[in-house]
Write a protein that binds this ligand. Structure first.
Ligand SMILES: [Zn+2]
Length: 94
């Protein structure tokens, strides 16, 4: 049996790699690293998950797919699926 060490990203806790230097590289660009000032760590970021809205008024009660909402409170606008990186409006969460 071989015992191996696996490195886990200390920011997102999702990414796991065997290669330590590759993990260092990932942590440097991770969207969950405060240093990168992305939407995902910003106090002004609002996320509402996608959902299905039933329409009982229509034949067969079809479901309408409502997309996820990603919204920036500081810029008062909807965001794309990819977060903004190094945003000038970024503020740390409490
Ligand atoms: Zn990460």
């Amino acid at each position: 049996m071989i015992e191996r060490t696996i490195y886990e990203c200390e920011h997102c806790h999702k990414r796991r790699l065997i290669n330590k230097s590759a993990m260092k590289k990932h942590e440097g660009i991770c969207w969950y690293n405060n240093k990168n000032k992305t939407c995902l760590t910003c106090s002004g970021y609002v996320y509402e998950p996608p959902y299905l809205e039933p329409h009982p008024e229509l034949d067969g009660c079809p479901n309408e797919h409502i997309d996820a909402i990603r919204y920036c409170e500081y810029e008062d606008k909807n965001l794309d699926a990819e977060p903004v990186i190094n945003c000038e409006h970024w503020r740390e969460r409490d």
